[in-house]
Design a protein around this ligand. Structure first.
Ligand code: DLL
Length: 415
């Protein structure tokens, strides 16, 4: 563990600390941020009354753009990241110097859990820039004492050459980028196992257990899931330990709830719903009950690793990811899981939705080998039987589907 005294602290101490931090946070927000000041008047601040506090949504961040939710003096801002903002303005995320140090510690914690040790060579192959995956992990890996190689994600050939020569212990990136690395390696006659990688810390997009197994087999490494979002620093809200049995929330920094995404009511322990996060230690732009849009559940019981922080299950998708195709609800990750059950198929796939006349139609294009059409037929049957979906399935030659620059794009909705 990177910070054993914090990661394995007795729960009663942790809960007390959370409550104290929440109270401090609420009083700071009430004083400094008009948006919250109006909404917080007269509320009682204890962990038991968390539901009385208002939610914050992405729409709130948009309307406060750029600095409406700043809780620190502008002169203390040390860095700004931003999310892509596919529609309209980006979401801007400011950090004070202290925020950057806190975030480095959080990332050092998750990388240490993923096998990173003093002196190990680690490749940071997430995009550097406004995306938090690159710089966040970079400072975390340095903090953990690793020899950091900031390869970023643009030049895969150079990454391969450096990896063959340096034999890095670990790599951090988005999981779909590992598929790109494997492809480019194959095209250059390099066995991905010859890169010497032993550990991978992957996150930033939805991925499935079968995808984990594919990456582990291709590279001969152990993969660790890491979750986070820019609004809450970036990577680090929750991360896997060597037990691979859910992701530990960094509970001294984040207070988590799981709610019904429709009613906003707290769900009974263990039920899947929308993750809501309160940032307890962020200075520049702390968020109260931020609706992440991500779907998960709390896992019961203690973890064998000794960490006392609660765990959540893998993020299975986003509330707004859900597609409705002729009345059937579908999360794209369910299709990925099904496709990867077929050894003939590669992980690259695309769901294309169209409206022809009054009906929606779904087609699934997936890369792989299917000389006699039997695999496509079996996938079609699987979609019908397991997910209740009728879809046209096309198995296309490896390398033919378009690749995304950053996070994988699995759905093209023409409706
Ligand atoms: O993706 C931060 C990050 C970078 C986390 C690298 C982990 C590793 P954003 O670009 O703001 O920040 O996107 C956040 O990505 O709300 C989830 O929907 C999704 N996401 C992040 N990690 C995971 C994960 C970064 N492990 C959004 N599994 C989040 C599934 C994830 N989805």
């Amino acid at each position: 563990m990177w910070q054993k005294e914090l990661e394995a602290m007795p729960r009663e101490v942790l809960v007390k600390r959370q409550e104290r931090r929440l109270q401090q946070l609420v009083s700071r927000l009430a004083q400094r941020v008009a948006f919250y000041g109006e909404r917080l008047a007269g509320t009682e601040i204890t962990l038991d009354h968390l539901q009385d506090l208002p939610f914050t949504t992405r729409a709130d961040l948009r309307s406060a753009y750029p600095f409406g939710l700043l809780a620190a003096s502008p002169s203390r801002i040390n860095r700004l990241h931003a999310t892509s903002g596919t529609r309209g303005k980006p979401t801007l995320v400011p950090y004070t110097g202290r925020d950057l140090r806190t975030w480095s510690d959080i990332c050092a914690r998750l990388l240490t859990a993923a096998g990173c040790r003093q002196g190990d060579i680690w490749f940071i192959a997430a995009g550097y820039g406004l995306f938090t995956g690159g710089l966040g992990a970079h400072y975390g890996a340095e903090r953990a004492g690793a020899a950091v190689v900031p390869v970023s994600s643009g030049n895969t050939n150079r990454l391969l050459q450096l990896a063959v020569d340096l034999q890095p212990a670990g790599i951090h990136c988005i999981p779909s980028y590992m598929l790109r690395v494997a492809e480019v390696a194959a095209a250059s006659g390099i066995d991905p196992r010859d890169l010497g990688l032993r550990y991978g810390s992957f996150g930033g997009e939805t991925w499935s257990e079968p995808m984990r197994r594919r990456v582990e087999e291709l590279f001969g490494l152990t993969a660790f899931d890491v979750y986070g979002l820019s609004e809450c620093f970036g990577p680090g809200v929750a991360y896997e330990c060597a037990e691979h049995d859910g992701l530990h929330l960094s509970e001294d920094h984040f207070l988590a709830e799981i709610i019904d995404p429709v009613t906003g009511a707290l769900l009974p322990e263990g039920e899947r719903g929308e993750l809501v996060v309160t940032t307890l230690t962020k200075e520049a732009m702390p968020l109260l009950r931020y609706r992440t849009g991500d779907l998960t559940r709390f896992l019961p019981g203690a973890c064998a690793c000794g960490r006392t922080h609660r765990r959540i299950g893998r993020i299975t998708g986003r509330c707004d990811d859900m597609l409705t195709v002729r009345g059937v609800n579908l999360y794209p990750s369910e299709v990925e899981r099904l496709l990867l059950g077929f050894p003939e198929l590669g992980p690259e796939h695309r769901l294309v939705l169209e409206r022809t006349g009054p009906m929606d139609s779904l087609s699934v294009d997936v890369e792989g080998a299917d000389p006699d059409g039997a695999v496509a037929e079996a996938v079609q049957r699987g979609l019908k039987e397991q997910l209740g979906l009728s879809a046209a399935v096309r198995v296309v030659a490896p390398g033919t589907l378009p690749r995304a620059e950053g996070k994988a794009v699995r759905v093209v909705d023409h409706r």
